[in-house]
Design a protein around this ligand. Structure first.
Ligand code: ZN
Length: 165
């Protein structure tokens, strides 16, 4: 049962209560990752790895002519946090403008490093990753997919849309 007064009585949010809630969300993304797989053609690829944990991701992004993300998939191996973060990120990215996503990736990394306050900012399930900030060694797990997104979008910007004949 949710009890804010119990949280403050302990001098802050209880990690147990928060984890019960967020672990459900994270485990759902881990067990049923959204947009897992590869793209057939017309995509830009970006690889990232997190040697601390053994996480690896290959992100494939295809932009539409208007600069929005037409399709996005991720592949690789990772822990629950890195997989859930990639799932949450790709679910949000589809249909969004590249510039907006690139800014969001910067903001998310800064939030995870606790340089700015954490806010969900309209990204579904993003709040489930807020608790990772309490575990500095796992922050890279959460940010890896977003680094890959930034890299892929930068590459896409250098590669003008060739269109289809
Ligand atoms: Zn990891």
């Amino acid at each position: 049962m949710y009890s804010p007064s119990r949280w403050s009585a302990r001098g802050g949010p209880s990690p147990v209560d928060a984890n019960d809630l967020y672990q459900e969300v994270l485990l759902d993304h881990f067990r049923h990752p959204r947009n897992h797989g590869t793209l057939a053609d017309g995509e830009v690829l970006a690889d990232e790895e997190n040697p601390n944990c053994g996480d690896r991701i290959r992100l494939a992004v295809r932009l539409a002519p208007d600069g929005t993300v037409a399709d996005i998939r991720f592949d690789g191996r990772g822990c629950a946090i890195s997989t859930a973060s990639a799932s949450i990120m790709t679910a949000h990215a589809r249909g969004r403008p590249a510039g907006e996503l690139s800014d969001l990736a910067d903001r998310f990394s800064a939030m995870m490093r606790a340089e700015i306050p954490f806010e969900e900012g309209g990204v579904e399930d993003l709040a489930a990753l807020a608790g990772v900030r309490s575990f500095p060694l796992r922050v890279k797990c959460a940010t890896m997919a977003w680094h890959a997104l930034k890299k892929a979008l930068a590459r896409a910007a250098e590669k003008p849309f060739s269109g289809r004949s």
